[in-house]
Design a protein around this ligand. Structure first.
Ligand code: NAP
Length: 386
C-alpha cells in the first residue's frame, strides 16, 4: 500500500493548541481485503470542550463489534460506502481515509457549544451506519449523529451488549414482527442459525412463544453447537447436509404447526432446501448472503405454494425512521425492550472474543490485534473493548 501521508494540517494544530489527547483509530485509505488495507493510526483530538467546535462531541469508545457488513464495506461491496475524507494523524499530517466500524457504544467526555441532546457521562451509539467510525479509542463526532442510551436502559448490561444492540438483535426483532402474523406455536425456519442474528431470532422467538427450526453448517463438534442453540431456546437444530436427506425432510414436513416464515442469510442451496419447509403463503425473508451465492427458487414454490420472497435491511428501516415520530418511538421501544430482556437474562448477546485496545496499546500491537479482528470467518466474532 502506498504511504498515506499527504499534507500537514496547521489548521488542526492551531485548533488544538497544547491541549490534545492521542487517540488510535482503525482506518483504510483504499477498499480491499480488510486484513490488507486496515491501518491503525494515531490522532490528536481535543481533550475537552475548548477544542470542540459547536455541535461537536468528544467520545471515548467503550466497545465495538466487527460485523460482516463492516468487512463488506471495507471491501467496497456494501451499499453504505466508507466516507473517505481528510484524517489528521499525529505529527501534523493528513491522510485521506475512511474510518472502520459502524456499530458500537461510547461515553461522552465533552461537548461543544450548542449541544443539549447529550451530556458528559452519557453512553451514545451512532444513529446511522457509515458516520462515526467506531473502531477507535476516541472520536469527535457531530452530536446529531449520536443517539443517547438513557441511564436506566443501560443499567445491568455490559458495554458490549449496548455496542451490539442496533444491528443484529434489532434485525431479528423486526423480521419476527414485521413479515407475518405469527401465532404462538408457529414455526420459523432459518439458516445461519448460529450467527448473531440467528441466535437473536432463537431467543426472541422463544420469548414470544414461537418455535424455531435452525439450520447450521456441518462441522467438527457439531453436537456442542447443537446443545448450545437448544439451550438458547431452539426447538430443532439441523445441518444443511441433514436437510438434504429424506428422513429429516419428511420429519420436518409433518410438524404440528405451519412454518410461516423463513430467514435466510446464506443463499445458494442451503436457502432452497430451507424454503421447501415453508408452508403455503409463507414468506422467505433474505437479510444476508454469506455464501455469496444467489437465492434461486424453483417456479413450483412460487406458483403452487405462493411463497413470498422478501428482503430486509436494518439500515433501510432506520433511515425510514428518521423524522418519523412513530418509527422513532418504535426504535426506542425496541432498544429498551432488548436491553430489558438482556438485563433480565432472557436475552444474551452472541458470544464475542474481546480484543482489548487502549490508547496506551503500542501501535504495532494495536495493528496486530486489529488485523486479526478483521479476518473473515474469525469465530467467535471479535469485538474491540476499549
Ligand atoms: N439485513 C440486515 O439488516 C442485516 C443485519 C445484520 C446482519 N446481516 C447479515 O446477516 C449475516 C449474519 O450476520 P451476523 O453478524 O449475525 O454474523 P456472524 O455472527 O458473524 O455469523 C456469521 C454466520 O455466517 C455463517 N457463514 C459464514 N460463511 C458462510 C458461508 N460461506 N456459507 C454459509 N454460511 C456462512 C457462519 O456459519 P459458520 O459458523 O458455519 O461459519 C455464521 O452462522 C451477514 O451476512 C450480515 O451481513 C444483515
Amino acid at each position: 500500500m502506498a504511504p498515506a501521508v499527504l499534507r500537514p494540517t496547521p489548521r488542526l494544530l492551531a485548533t488544538l493548541g497544547s491541549r490534545a489527547l492521542t487517540a488510535q483509530a482503525a482506518v483504510y485509505t483504499e477498499t480491499g481485503n480488510p486484513q490488507d488495507v486496515v491501518r491503525v493510526v494515531e490522532r490528536e483530538l481535543p481533550d475537552g470542550p475548548a477544542g470542540l467546535a459547536a455541535g461537536q462531541v468528544l467520545v471515548r469508545m467503550l466497545a465495538a463489534p466487527v460485523n460482516p457488513s463492516d468487512l463488506n464495506q471495507i471491501e467496497g461491496t456494501y451499499p453504505v460506502r466508507g466516507r473517505f475524507g481528510p484524517v489528521a494523524v499525529r505529527g501534523g499530517a493528513e491522510i485521506s481515509a475512511a474510518a472502520g466500524g459502524n456499530e458500537g457504544v461510547g461515553e461522552v467526555l465533552a461537548v461543544g457549544g450548542g449541544v443539549a441532546a447529550v451530556r458528559p457521562g452519557d453512553w451514545v451509539v451512532p444513529r446511522r451506519a457509515g458516520e462515526l467510525g467506531t473502531w477507535c479509542t476516541h472520536a469527535v463526532a457531530g452530536a446529531d449523529g449520536l443517539a443517547p442510551i438513557p441511564r436506566a436502559w443501560r443499567e445491568g448490561v455490559a458495554a458490549t451488549d449496548v455496542a451490539c444492540l442496533k444491528v443484529n438483535p434489532c434485525t431479528a426483532y423486526r423480521m419476527l414482527r414485521d413479515f407475518a402474523d405469527l401465532r404462538p406455536g408457529d414455526y420459523v425456519v432459518q439458516n445461519g442459525a448460529n450467527s448473531g442474528v440467528g441466535r437473536a431470532v432463537i431467543q426472541l422467538a422463544r420469548h414470544w412463544g414461537l418455535r424455531t427450526i435452525n439450520v447450521v453448517r456441518d462441522r467438527p463438534h457439531l453436537d456442542a453447537l447443537r446443545q448450545e442453540l437448544l439451550a438458547l431456546g431452539a426447538d430443532v437444530v439441523v445441518t444443511d447436509r441433514e436437510l438434504g436427506e429424506d428422513a429429516a425432510r419428511r420429519r420436518l414436513r409433518s410438524l404440528d404447526a405451519p412454518v410461516r416464515l423463513g430467514f435466510n442469510c446464506v443463499g445458494g442451496r442451503a436457502t432452497l432446501q430451507m424454503t421447501k419447509l415453508i408452508a403455503e403463503g409463507g414468506t422467505l425473508v433474505s437479510y444476508g448472503g454469506m455464501s455469496r451465492q444467489p437465492v434461486t427458487l424453483p417456479t413450483s414454490l412460487l406458483l403452487f405454494r405462493d411463497i413470498r420472497a422478501r428482503g430486509f435491511w436494518m439500515n433501510r428501516w432506520y433511515a425510514a425512521a428518521q423524522g418519523c415520530r412513530e418509527r422513532e418511538a418504535a426504535a426506542a421501544a425496541m432498544w429498551q425492550d432488548i436491553l430489558r430482556l438482556t438485563r433480565e437474562g432472557v436475552f444474551a448477546t452472541q458470544p464475542l472474543a474481546a480484543a482489548r485496545w487502549t490508547p496506551d496499546t503500542p501501535l504495532a500491537d494495536a495493528q496486530r490485534l486489529v488485523t486479526a479482528a478483521v479476518a473473515w470467518g474469525a469465530a467467535p466474532k471479535r469485538a474491540f473493548v476499549f
